[in-house]
Design a protein around this ligand. Structure first.
Ligand SMILES: *[C@@H]1O[C@H](CO)[C@@H](O)[C@H](O)[C@H]1NC(C)=O
Ligand SMILES: *[C@@H]1O[C@H](CO)[C@@H](O)[C@H](O)[C@H]1NC(C)=O
Ligand SMILES: *[C@@H]1O[C@H](CO)[C@@H](O)[C@H](O)[C@H]1NC(C)=O
Length: 405
């Protein structure tokens, strides 16, 4: 070994160490700072953390070992025959070139860069799948939780796995969780981010990832890709909850809601926004030029922070998404597809995708007794989510269950 070879080996080993260290830190950071600044701690028993299931707090490596030993269930393959659908992800080429027809048009020149980028690739509907989990829906899955996330948000996924997204059986009904990811938009770091995602997926086997760049305007692709995926692999799932990775969710309340009434096959319920007006302020994140949408109001749509739908509707939506032009705001796009199906989403008070009350600093937004009666609350960062989860699942004394469900 000459000096240069040794240097190379040394470099490689250093990089491996660095990656391992980053992984550990990322994962441990999800590992919970309880004691966040919540006012209402006193309402809860102090040993709330006992409620975290055994195993949930063990280190990263232990979890890995446990997972590795769990044999994958060997129930029957999903039988996918209805509608002549395919049985696997059938998109293998990411070769979708920009629509250069647009470049020559005047109105196009005036658009903002991100809108231009969106328009150029608007016709590219499907991309190859990088991480797939056809096994997720095998057997009897009652409720599938799907969460939009991005490569770098390990800590959010980590906490969701330990709290509301934990795979379990509630009253005999199985709940499964999946995260939806694209590729890291950070070109320099993409390879590293991808390594971490691969590793995380290897451990938890709950990441669906596709070969498109995870940008805000590409969020709609997550919608279309998931619906296609779901149609392909999940013929027997009953309900789908779809949401963000920074929300608080009560799966128990979802079940209570579902059992409380006879819902029809077109159920889609959430924090529904009626008659929303496209934002024409050019400096807004949600700015919509006339060229993209010329009507004055949007069709009703459930806020993307979290909504619940009947799986039959999800399957029907898949067919519709192919005929509706992609729209850069994913929840509005959903509203457009629902409109085609003539399905009106239902607004429900237990879905608070804009926080409990509008005033962000209000104490109400941190009141566990409120959370206890909710289905979805936006927005909680990992440490807050963990803390609120522990409070809500402790021997919390609430004057009464708020009459919402
Ligand atoms: C990708 O698209 C380009 C231009 O349309 C074409 O020349 C090339 O052959 C395509 N590659 C594949 C692998 O399809
Ligand atoms: C661009 O224009 C040509 C000719 O009008 C058309 O055939 C083609 O489909 C257009 N490309 C896209 C991506 O719309
Ligand atoms: C969406 O993803 C595709 C594929 O990675 C990319 O070409 C396109 O630029 C992205 N669109 C936006 C608006 O970021």
């Amino acid at each position: 070994m000459n000096c240069r070879d040794r240097w190379r080996v040394y470099k490689r080993v250093s990089v491996m160490f660095f990656l391992a260290a980053v992984t550990l830190t990322a994962v441990q950071r999800g590992g919970i700072h309880v004691g966040a600044p919540f006012e209402l701690q006193r309402l809860a028993r102090t040993d709330a953390s006992d409620r975290v299931e055994p195993g949930a707090k063990v280190g990263f490596w232990k979890v890995k070992a446990q997972k590795a030993q769990t044999p994958t269930p060997t129930t029957q393959e999903p039988s996918i025959t209805e509608n002549g659908g395919t049985t696997a992800w059938d998109v293998t080429s990411s070769n979708c070139s920009a629509n250069l027809n647009l470049s020559s048009q005047d109105w196009f020149q005036d658009l903002q860069d991100n809108v231009k980028q969106f328009m150029l690739y608007r016709h590219c509907r499907y991309f190859p799948i990088i991480h797939n989990h056809p096994e997720t829906c095998r057997g009897d899955v009652h409720l599938l939780l799907v969460i939009k996330s991005v490569a770098t948000q390990h800590d959010r996924r980590e906490v969701i796995r330990k709290t509301w997204g934990k795979e379990r059986v509630v009253g005999g009904k199985r709940v499964k969780t999946l995260f939806l990811l694209g590729k890291s938009p950070n070109l320099e770091e993409r390879a590293n981010h991808q390594k971490l995602v691969e590793y995380e997926n290897y451990i938890y086997r709950d990441i669906l990832q596709w070969d498109f760049v995870d940008t805000f305007f590409n969020l709609t692709l997550k919608e279309t890709h998931f619906l296609k995926w779901f149609h392909t692999y999940c013929p027997s799932v009953r309900y789908v909850f779809k949401g963000d990775d920074d929300v608080f969710v009560s799966v128990e309340n979802i079940f209570e809601f579902l059992e409380s009434d006879n819902h029809d096959k077109n159920l889609i319920v959430g924090d529904v926004i009626f008659k929303a007006i496209p934002i024409r302020r050019i400096d807004s994140k949600y700015y919509v030029p006339q060229a993209l949408y010329s009507k004055t109001v949007y069709p009703p749509y459930p806020g993307g922070g979290g909504f619940l739908m009947d799986a039959n509707l999800a399957r029907r939506l898949h067919w519709v998404t192919d005929s509706v032009e992609l729209y850069p705001i994913d929840d509005v796009f959903m509203g457009m597809c629902l409109e085609v199906l003539q399905v009106t989403p239902v607004k429900h008070e237990a879905f608070k995708t804009f926080g409990l009350v509008k005033n962000k600093n209000s104490k109400l937004n941190r009141e566990p007794c409120f959370f206890r009666s909710m289905i979805v609350v936006h927005k909680l960062l990992p440490a807050e989510l963990m803390h609120m989860w522990n409070l809500v699942n402790s021997d919390l004394v609430c004057a009464q269950k708020t009459e919402i469900l």
